[in-house]
Design a protein around this ligand. Structure first.
Ligand SMILES: Nc1ncnc2c1ncn2[C@@H]1O[C@H](COP(=O)(O)OP(=O)(O)OP(=O)(O)O)[C@@H](O)[C@H]1O
Ligand SMILES: C[C@H](N)[C@H](N)CCCCCC(=O)O
Ligand SMILES: [Mg+2]
Length: 231
């Protein structure tokens, strides 16, 4: 039976896919049997007349995964808005049992399942079912992805406190888009001090975003920290 980690962010566009890619890449590079999973994607893109999840496409490409999209994604909505609204617009009914069954099936085949949320922790998946409800129903621990930039202390602490209020265990935090600004180290220090969370990795903002530079950035991460997410 495999193990999973749920990757959440302090906001949308913060780098959850980028970090899920990093976790998947490191594990795969060390010959681990790993799969990324995006239960609900909004903002699906067209490829060969099909609508596919761009977050999974990114990880699939960067990690050279030969796994079909259906195995790594349950719901793919076209409209690039909050999932509940995309569902309402597209007349899609999300059945949480489908996601729970999908995840449990992946655990039977893969040793490591890297699950990515949508947006931040309080994003509505349906009108009355939130991302944190899904995490509880999947019985998973989370890792937070936060930015290094100004505003991150407040967003990170709010996310952490909200998780605590829901009894969701947080395994640590990844800081993304580090850009050598004078205040970034202090931001990280403050987040660590206030939350007591372990910073498991700091990922630089990549100027030339291509496979080579991305993998070089991923290679710098500590494998032990990544493995600790699944212990
Ligand atoms: N470290 C980085 N360096 C350069 N670009 C980055 C970095 N991290 C993320 N990006 C870019 O920022 C954008 C948002 O990142 P990403 O898609 O990982 O966010 P997300 O949190 O997964 O968003 P969503 O809520 O839509 O799933 C993407 O275009 C991605 O390529
Ligand atoms: C469309 C976007 N990229 C994500 N997939 C969904 C983000 C939902 C955010 C909802 C909100 O917090 O207001
Ligand atoms: Mg994403």
């Amino acid at each position: 039976m495999g193990k999973g980690i749920f990757v959440i962010g302090t906001n949308t566009d913060i780098g959850k896919t980028f970090v899920s890619g990093a976790i998947t890449y490191k594990l795969k590079k060390h010959n681990k049997n790993v799969i990324p999973y995006k239960p609900v994607q909004s903002g699906g893109i067209e490829e060969n007349i099909k609508i596919i999840p761009p977050d999974i496409k990114y990880i699939r490409d960067i990690c050279d995964l030969d796994i079909d999209y259906k195995t790594m994604n349950t719901y793919c909505l076209k409209t690039e808005v909050s999932p509940h609204l995309a569902c309402n617009i597209e007349n899609v009914y999300i059945n949480k049992e489908n996601i729970i069954n999908h995840y449990n099936k992946l655990l039977k085949t893969y040793d490591y399942v890297v699950v990515e949320g949508a947006g931040g922790i309080v994003v509505p998946i349906t009108n009355d079912y939130f991302l944190y409800d899904l995490i509880k129903d999947l019985n998973m621990d989370v890792v937070i992805v936060a930015s290094a930039s100004v505003g991150t202390i407040n967003h990170s602490v709010l996310t952490y406190e909200f998780l605590k209020s829901k009894n969701i265990k947080c395994r640590g935090i990844f800081i993304n888009n580090y850009n050598n600004q004078f205040y970034e180290d202090d931001n990280i220090k403050m987040i660590e001090k206030i939350t007591n969370l372990k910073v498991l990795g700091v990922l630089n903002k990549i100027k030339e975003f291509n496979k080579e530079s991305i993998c070089k950035e991923y290679d710098k991460l500590d494998l032990e920290n990544i493995l600790s997410l699944f212990e």
